[in-house]
Design a protein around this ligand. Structure first.
Ligand SMILES: [Zn+2]
Length: 124
């Protein structure tokens, strides 16, 4: 029997769509969980050397002052699961104005002091 049954085609299309959508949302959730877990680890880098690493999910609230080799300084604060530059003596203050670290591809950078605060897996 080669005659097609046109009444079934829409049902099959809907079923395929539902299955694909369900699989897609499961994968999306898993990827989101993995990315979320990775994205909590941050590192503070000065001139290419990692000074500190933190897990924002477990780090206790604190403010840390970093002296730059040229005599300048930066101060970053960890609070509420976020890290941000709260003070610096650099002339542009760009690092302070960036606010809390949000995205892997947008690290907090203090160019005058060669200081970077970023998520740990930003380079991978
Ligand atoms: Zn700065």
């Amino acid at each position: 029997m080669t005659k097609k049954d046109p009444s079934r085609a829409p049902l099959i299309a809907v079923a395929v769509f539902v299955i694909v959508a369900a699989l897609g949302s499961v994968v999306w959730l898993l990827v989101g969980m993995l990315r979320g877990a990775d994205a909590r680890r941050v590192e503070v880098v000065q001139g290419g050397n990692v000074l500190y690493t933190y897990d924002l999910a477990t780090a206790s609230p604190q403010t840390v002052r970093i002296e730059a080799p040229d005599g300048g300084w930066n101060e970053f604060t960890i609070a509420d699961g976020e890290i941000r530059m709260t003070a610096a003596d650099c002339p542009d203050q760009t690092c302070v104005h960036m606010g809390p670290l949000r995205a892997e591809n947008l690290p907090i950078v203090c160019l005058p002091h060669q200081l970077v605060i970023r998520f740990e897996d930003a380079d991978t």
